[in-house]
Design a protein around this ligand. Structure first.
Ligand code: ADQ
Length: 749
């Protein structure tokens, strides 16, 4: 069985850590610590259903030869199907504390000044990714689906793809993807992007991360993409925004049925009776905005004396990554701030901040979430933030308030929260004060909308969607894209042409029927080309169309006299049928008002690029840079497309990279659409051939039947089944067709 068949296959989850952690238990042996959390909860049922496995680092790098250690890991494998990757201590340090958490983490969270890069950390990162690859390969079976998680394993998709070209691979990034000017600062940025592009399906929490990723692949690798896909190495990579959810019942069940949780909640309620409880729950990480929160709280108490004695902030912070100096400093800073604020405001019967610096068990956490009047979730930057969702899940019929940072990915789907900019401590304090004063009904209304959404968009729905999309993407790749098109078997093509009673030929112009010229106006067809097309078009059994991005004026002046020839100009936005000889608009209501806004942008690029020029057509504007310095031209073209994409995001216009061009045109002006309108000519054509050389022709190839002869001119990656080296070869083929048509009509006559 091939890995591409649409079978359900086993799921192979790969993440830095397993749901289990291996810990030394004194001299007596080894202990297994279990970590809970949405991902483990969500993957559990899917892994059981698919007979799947989970691969990750054990968390320990000491004594791999120790027998008792090996026994423990063997037990994990047998009982849970968790397979541990062993990483030597030095590699683990460079990989985890080094490149992952001192290079990628700060940069991806928009803290470039905290970036610390060492070449040996990069080596360790690569080495660790290779070790993960080896363990995956050890277990991978045909038909399996591999789901790689997060920033520690960004090289893994490509490493797997090289080893098993038809593997089905998905990747989910749990942290933000930074904007491209920031991503560009990253040492080894190219390798990371290439690593990710080994996947069939790449998903992020939000559309803005996805956009940032696209901008980076465009600017750094020069790869053009659409919103939901990118083509690379003859493969298609599907892109998506898919925010993770939580397993709400992990919390709601505790509150509904677990005696200990209910008791704890009631105790806490009694203890804080008459006071409003504000709650922060975070890993102790500089991205979570804890000092900013504490300072904001201090400001609140300073400016509103009435609140003193009536509010408390419970801040729970679990220490993490403590070997990294930054984290140690943060811990100190938070300790000091809490001390100062409590020192400044405490009274014998009230302490403003209750600070818990450790992880707390789920029962306690659920009780706190149910208790809190306000959850204060204000990271400076956060991929998504699960705490926001966990709090909302515990507020069934509650009147709790969620104050959420606009820089948390969760903000993009939690519009009913009170969104704040955590750097603006003054306004955040105001928002908190205002939120606390709102009538309970208003608070309940906002919370209820959030609550329903958190329950519905849960982690199970997320996992199912990820896997369904990944399967679809992998199947599509296997089906649609030939890794390399074959050289056209010319004799077979001529024979098929000759035997067919009806034929249809769709031919691009520039780069296909004629070679490119430096200036578009110089690519004039030689007289024999018009004659050749005329000979082909004269045969009633053959419908033939020139389908070009050129203006109707160009096509008309070159081929206007050729009888029987279809002309499709501006990528099909306007067509002329050989019967009526009239040009017809695809969208009669089209207006070109948009050009006023887009022109200045293109002009700006033209001014910066000696040798480049702008061409205006009815439906599009094109920036040509064929004569510009090649590298500079490519670099600017990437930048231009990226700027235009942001500018045109809400319009029907799109920016496309062609052969040394950037073209802005309506999305519906596309060659794929031409086909529908041609179908009444030669409706029963058994022989259908399309030839083209650039991206716009791929739309046409994608729409054609599987038995069509799709021919790419050149050597780029393509959907086409066949290729020819250049326009001369294509014209030679067409000349053979013309001759074959004549022989046949002589025979018939
Ligand atoms: P994290 O950075 O770990 O996750 P977050 O999404 O808030 O951030 O998840 C933290 C988890 O730890 C929550 O489930 C929370 O309940 C728990 N937790 C935090 N402090 C605790 C404490 N003191 N005691 C017990 N439990 C505590 C990364 C990304 C996020 C993204 C997730 C999931 O950084 O942006 O939301 O992955 O994709």
């Amino acid at each position: 069985m091939s890995a591409n068949e649409n079978t359900d296959g086993r799921l192979v989850v790969v993440s830095n850590r397993l749901p289990f952690t291996l810990k030394r238990a004194g001299d007596s042996g080894w202990r297994t610590d279990r970590s809970t959390g949405g991902l483990a909860t969500a993957m559990g049922p899917i892994l059981r259903r698919t007979g799947g496995i989970w691969i990750g680092w054990s968390g320990d790098s000491s004594d791999p030869q120790d027998e008792r250690r090996q026994k423990t890991l063997k037990r994990w494998a047998e009982r849970e199907r968790y397979f541990a990757v062993d990483i030597p201590a030095e590699t683990a340090a460079g990989f985890y504390e080094g490149y992952s958490n001192q290079t990628l983490w700060p940069l991806f969270h928009q803290f470039p000044s905290l970036l610390n890069f060492k070449p040996e950390h990069w080596q360790a990162y690569r080495e660790a990714n290779l070790r993960f690859r080896d363990v995956v390969l050890e277990h991978l079976r045909p038909g399996d689906i591999v789901w790689v998680h997060d920033y520690q394993l960004m090289l893994l998709p490509e490493l797997l793809r090289e080893a098993v070209p038809d593997a089905r691979i998905g990747f989910f990034l749990h942290i933000p993807f930074p904007s491209s000017p920031i991503f560009r600062l990253l040492p080894r940025r190219e390798e990371l992007l290439q690593g990710l592009l080994g996947a069939d399906y790449l998903a992020f929490h939000t559309y803005s991360y996805l956009q940032h990723f696209r901008a980076s692949t465009l600017r750094i690798l020069g790869l053009d993409s659409r919103m939901d896909r990118l083509e690379v190495g003859g493969r298609s990579v599907r892109l998506d925004a898919l925010p993770i959810g939580i397993a709400p019942r992990e919390f709601t069940e505790l509150l509904a049925r677990d005696a200990e949780t209910i008791k704890r909640r009631d105790e806490l309620r009694a203890r804080f009776d008459g006071r409003r409880v504000l709650l922060g729950v975070d890993r102790l990480d500089y991205t979570k905005g804890i000092p900013e929160r504490l300072r904001t709280f201090r400001r609140l108490l300073r400016q509103t004396p009435d609140l003193r004695g009536h509010v408390v902030l419970i801040q729970v912070a679990v220490p993490s990554r403590e070997v990294i100096p930054m984290y140690k400093e943060l811990r100190q800073e938070v300790d000091e701030l809490v001390g100062k604020i409590n020192g400044e405001f405490s009274t014998p019967d009230w302490t403003p901040i209750t600070y818990i610096r450790r992880g707390i068990p789920p029962t306690e956490l659920a009780a706190l979430y149910a208790l809190a009047d306000l959850a204060w979730v204000t990271p400076l930057r956060d991929g998504l933030n699960l705490v926001a969702k966990e709090y909302v899940a515990c507020q069934q019929d509650g009147a709790g308030v969620l104050v959420l940072s606009e820089f948390a990915g969760a903000a993009s789907e939690m519009g009913e929260a009170f969104l704040v900019n955590p750097y603006d401590e003054e306004r955040t304090a105001e928002t908190i004060e205002r939120a606390l004063e709102l009538p309970a009904d208003t608070r309940r209304e906002r919370m209820s909308a959030l609550h329903k959404r958190v329950l519905r968009n849960n982690v199970f729905a997320w996992g199912d969607r990820f896997l369904a999309n990944l399967r679809e993407a992998a199947n599509e790749r296997a089906g649609n894209f030939s890794e390399k098109p074959q050289a056209l078997p010319v004799e077979s093509a001529v024979a098929a042409f000759q035997q067919a009673a009806q034929r249809r030929l769709l031919l691009d112009y520039d780069g296909t029927l004629v070679p490119y010229a430096n200036r578009p106006q110089d690519a004039v067809p030689p007289a024999e080309l018009a004659e050749l097309l005329a000979t082909l078009a004269a045969d009633p059994a053959t419908a033939i169309a020139v389908v070009s991005g050129r203006s109707r004026h160009d096509l008309e002046s070159w081929f206007g006299e050729v009888k029987g020839l279809w002309l499709a100009a501006e990528h099909g936005a306007i067509m002329r049928s050989p019967e009526t000889m009239r040009w017809e608009l695809y969208r009669p209501d089209y207006t070109s008002d948009w050009k006023e806004q887009v022109s200045p942008v293109l002009e700006h690029f033209m001014d910066r690029t000696p040798g480049s020029l702008i061409e205006e057509k009815e439906f599009s504007l094109v920036w040509h840079y064929r004569m510009a310095d090649p590298e500079f031209g490519e670099w600017l073209a990437n930048e231009l497309v990226s700027n235009l994409e942001q500018m045109l995001a809400d319009t029907e216009l799109r920016a496309y990279r062609g052969q040394k061009t950037v073209e802005v045109k309506p999305g519906w002006a596309n060659k794929g659409e031409v086909l529908a309108r041609l179908s009444h000519s030669a409706p029963h054509a058994e022989f259908c051939l399309a030839a083209g050389d650039d991206r716009t022709d791929e739309d046409l190839f994608a729409r054609l039947r599987e038995d069509a002869w799709t021919i790419h001119i050149g050597d780029r990656h393509t959907r086409a089944q066949y290729c020819l080296a250049n326009s001369h070869e294509l014209r030679r083929l067409l000349t053979r067709f013309a001759a074959a048509g004549r022989t046949e009509s002589r025979t018939a006559g």
